[in-house]
Design a protein around this ligand. Sequence first.
Ligand SMILES: Cc1ncc(C[n+]2csc(CCOP(=O)(O)OP(=O)(O)O)c2C)c(N)n1
Length: 622
Amino acid sequence: MGLLESIRGPKDLRVLDTDELNKLAQEIRQEMIDVVSKTGGHLAPNLGVVELTLALHRTFDCPCDKIVWDVGHQTYVHKLLTGRLDRFKTIRQYHGLSGFPKRAESACDCFETGHSSTSISAAVGFAKARDVLGEGHNVVAVIGDGAMTGGMAYEALNHAGHSKTNMIVVLNDNEMSISPNVGAMSSYLNRLRADPRYDKRKEDIEFLLKRIPIIGPKVAKAVAKAKDSLGLLFEELGFTYLGPIDGHDQALVEQLLNQAKGKKGPVLVHVLTRKGKGYKPAEDNPDIFHGVGPFDPETGKIIKKSAPPTYTGIFGDTLCSLAKQDPKVVAISAAMPGGTGLNEFARLFPERFYDVGIAEQHAVTFAAGLAFGGLKPVVAIYSTFYQRAYDQVLHDVCLQQANVVLAIDRAGVVGDDGPTHHGVFDISIFRVIPNLIFMAPKDENELSHMLYTALKHNGPVALRYPRSVGQGVTMDETLIEIPVGKAEVLREGRDVTLVGVGPMVNTCLSAAHELRHRGVDAAVINLRYINPLDRHLLLHYARLTKKMITIEDHTLKGGMGSAILELLEEEGLEGIAIERIGYDGFVDQGPISQLHAAHGLSVKGIVQAAERLGLFRRVAGS
Ligand SMILES: Cc1ncc(C[n+]2csc(CCOP(=O)(O)OP(=O)(O)O)c2C)c(N)n1
C-alpha cells in the first residue's frame, strides 16, 4: 500500500517525517498524472501546488480552519488529502467528483469557485463572521498571480487591509495565468522575485527558521526586516508581507505559514512555484497542460482525434482575414487568448491585440473607449465569464450604442468543467438590453458571415457560439451581410414549427426527418437573430401550424423560447401550443452530448415534445 492510501484526512499528514512527505508528494504527482491523462483536467496548476497544499494541511486544521481556493482548479491535491482518493478517478466525469471545490463533496471545501479572483472577498467574509460570532479559527485564501489581475482581488485587499481582521492570503506566484501573466502587477511581482535581496534574505530566513524554536523571535525580526525592503505595496494596503519563498520547499512554506498564523491582522505570504512541477511535458508547456485533454502519460503527447475545425477556430481565422482588410479592427481577450482563438491574431497584429488579464469588466469598458476613439473592437470572452461584465455591456456599450462586437464563446454547456462554466445564461441576460443586436449561427460557415455582419453594423452586436467542433460544412469564400432580424426557413411544414437557435437548428432538421417518418410535417426555422426577433416570420408559422417546439442550448427561463412566448402574448395570439426545450436549473458536469441527451436537447427530446403536443395522436386518428 502506498503512503497516499493511508491518508484519510489532513490529521494523518502531521505524523509524517520529511522523507515520508517527499515520498507522498511523489505519489500525489503520479496519481494526478495517471488520472488526468485519462480524464483530462487542470494538471499543471495542481502539479505546482503539491508542497504548498501539504504545508497548508499540516499547518491548518480543516474543516475548522477555512481554506478558500481561488478559481479552485488547483484543488486536486486538496481533494486527495481530504478523503477523496477513492473517487479521484471520477473527477470531472458525469456524476463524479467535481474539478472544482464543492461544498457537498467535503466539509473541507468551504467555498465553491470556478470563476477567478473571489477568494479574498470570501475569506474576508469568513473572517468577519468568525469575529462577530466570537470564534477563533484561521482563515486562508490561496490565490494565484493570474487571479490577482482580477479587480475583485483588489476590492477585497482594500477591505481586508482596512478591517484589520486576522486572515492570511497565500499568493501562489508561478508567473503564469493560463498564458504568461500580463500587466503591471505581474511586473511588480517579477521585481519582487528578481530583487537580489530576495536570495540573501531567503538564506537568512531559511537559516533562522531551521532553528525554531531556539531562536523563534529572531525569525520575526528577520521577517520584519524583509518587509522593509519588499512587498511595500501590500504593506501599504495594511498587510504584513512575508516572502517571497520557494513554494516547493514544503518545510519552509510550513514554517512561514506558522509564522503568519501567529500574526495579528491580515498577512500576505508570497510563495514562488513552478507550474507543472515534476512532470517535464507540463513544465515545458504549462499553458497546454493548464487544462488538458487526455494524453499519453509516458510522453505527454496529447491524444487528438481528427475533427472539423471548432467554432472558436473559425472565429479566430475569420477575424484575422477581416482585420487584414480593415486596420481599425482590434481584438481584446481577458486572459484567454488561446481559448478564444486569438493567438494567431495576436501574432499577426501585436499592436492591435490586447490581453487585459482576468478583467472582463475592464475588457468591455475598454472596448467601448476604443470604439468611441474610432476603432472596431471585438471582445472575445466565454459566455460564463461575460456574467462578470453585465453592467459594462449594458451601461458602457449598449446605452451609448458603442460599435463593439461581443463574441460570446463557449455558449451552451461546456462539458467537464460543469455548472461554474456552462454558458447557459447569456440569452436571458443580454436579450433584454436595448440596442443590442444578438445573433447565433447554425454552423461555422454562418458564424463567419455573422462576424462580417457584426463588424459592418453600426452599434453593439453580440454573437454566441458553442464550445465544439463545427458541422464540417464548406466555408464560403465571399462573406455577405445577413439582414438584421431575419430568420431563415430551412424546411416548410404544416403540422408543427421547430425553432432552433445556434447549432440546435441541425438537431431540429434531423428531428423533422424523424417526424416525417411518423407522419408529422414539421417546419424548421433557424432563428439567427435572438434580438431583434423575426416577428413577422414567427407569427406566420405560429398561425399556420398552431404548434411550436423551441430548442436552445440555454436555460429556459428568459431564454429564446421565452422570447417567443412574449411575442405571442404581445400579439394576442391564442390557441398556440408551445413546448420549450432547454435547461431548468444548474446543469451538472459531463460530456456535452450526454448533457444534451439528459435534458432533451436531441432528436429524441424533440420527438417526445411532439408527442406531448399530441401530434402523433392527431396524425394516427386522421
Ligand atoms: C472570471 C474568470 N475569467 C477567466 C477564467 C479562466 N481561468 C481559469 S484559471 C485562469 C488562470 C489563473 O491563473 P492563476 O490564478 O495564476 O493560477 P495558476 O493556474 O497559474 O495556478 C484563468 C484565466 C476564470 N476561471 N474566471
